[in-house]
Write a protein that binds this ligand. Structure first.
Ligand SMILES: Nc1ncnc2c1ncn2[C@@H]1O[C@H](COP(=O)(O)OP(=O)(O)O)[C@@H](O)[C@H]1O
Ligand SMILES: [Mg+2]
Length: 349
């Protein structure tokens, strides 16, 4: 539904160049909720603005619903009209709502329809229908200043839906809201996704948002996508940074000669018997440093951080045992784990 290939954006200001996007290939499937996460300055907002051509990419292409928007962004006025039309099929929701304070709620929602030249009667019908959809049927005549943050964002969402978009883009749309309001807005986005078949591309810096509603996610760093996939693919990827952030388990090694291991299991798999079996088989004491069960993308996932006595080299066999039981095992010690773990996998071939 949304595809970017080699998307690059270089800002030039006061003789300085900033590469905000550095060859981003993104693929959002029809009907999914796709989350892009990353720290401030990673290029998330630039990406979303390039997707609807509010920002013109330096190079690369953007295709939305089969239409190459970058080709439409050429100078010709005919193409300009086509681009405006294509853009009206892409809704956008902002962090700070961007409502006009002098207009009523209803008239804020009608604004994009006015621009599209829709008649007054039809605009009103559409605005009231959308207000009903976002649960604000009684607020048509209110002004933005009379609404709570969550209500303002509902208006922002209704306005974004005015052009019957296929795609909704959301840039930190819940970042200005308290946790409970955030949950209700995420639920609304999920409902719209399911009821209207709306494809949603959302930008966030909150892992909780990804956990609650995303089918797929990507992690951006320094203008690049460094990890991406469906949430279950991500959780099943050994060493995935996104997986660790989506599903953190605390706990530090209790001493230098210890091996800390994260065990991830999906569904109902019980780790407890496996851990005691491991302990008995190899006659080792295992400490549980942390454990959590959670629902990620609608599926039960568990993670347990355990500590084994001895350095990694001494635990190659017990770790192999855990993997043989079908558990996903990541050695958490960052200093030595990566190369040592790679060696283990090499040896297992
Ligand atoms: N209009 C602009 N002019 C110059 N530099 C910009 C502009 N917008 C963003 N940048 C720079 O591009 C990089 C990515 O910014 P942004 O896309 O806003 O990241 P994020 O949304 O992930 O915080 C940052 O280094 C930022 O300073
Ligand atoms: Mg941003």
């Amino acid at each position: 539904m949304i595809t970017t290939t080699g998307l690059t954006k270089v800002y030039r200001s006061r003789g300085r160049e900033v590469t905000a996007l550095d060859g981003v290939d993104l693929h959002v499937r029809e009907g999914e909720v796709y989350g892009v996460v990353g720290q401030s300055g990673a290029g998330k907002s630039t990406l979303i603005r390039c997707v609807n051509l509010l920002e013109r990419p330096s190079s690369g292409t953007v295709t939305v619903a089969g239409q190459d928007l970058t080709a439409l962004a050429g100078r010709g006025s005919r193409a300009g009209a086509d681009l405006r039309k294509a853009r009206s099929r892409i809704g956008m929701v902002f962090q700070h709502f961007n409502l006009l304070s002098s207009r009523t709620v209803q008239s804020n929602i009608e604004l994009p329809l006015e621009i599209l030249g829709v008649s007054g009667k039809e605009r009103e019908r559409k605005a009231l229908e959308l207000l009903d959809l976002v649960g604000l049927a009684d607020k048509a005549k209110a002004y933005p200043a009379q609404l709570s943050g969550g209500q303002k964002q509902r208006v922002g969402i209704a306005r974004a839906l005015a052009g019957d978009p296929k795609v909704l883009l959301s840039d930190e749309s819940t970042s200005a809201l308290d946790p409970e309001t955030t949950r209700s807005i995420l639920q609304l986005l999920r409902d719209l996704n399911q009821q209207l078949g709306l494809t949603v591309l959302l930008i966030t810096h909150e892992m909780e948002v990804v956990k609650t509603i995303c089918d797929s996610a990507a992690l951006m760093k320094g203008g690049r996508v460094v990890e991406s996939g469906t949430v279950s693919e991500i959780l099943a990827t050994p060493g995935s940074e996104l997986a660790a952030e989506l599903f953190p388990v605390g706990g530090e090694a209790s001493g230098p000669d210890r091996t800390v291991v994260d065990v991830t299991f999906h569904g109902e798999a019980a780790t407890q018997p496996v851990i005691s079996q491991l302990s008995r088989t190899y006659n080792i004491d295992i400490s549980i440093l942390g454990a959590a069960m959670d629902t990620v993308a609608g599926k039960q996932v568990g993670r347990m951080r355990i500590e084994l006595p001895g350095r990694f080299e001494e635990n190659v066999v017990p770790i192999g045992f855990l993997r043989e039981q079908g558990l996903q095992v990541d050695v958490a010690d960052t200093k030595t784990a990566a190369p040592a773990d790679a060696l283990l996998k090499e040896g297992a071939k």
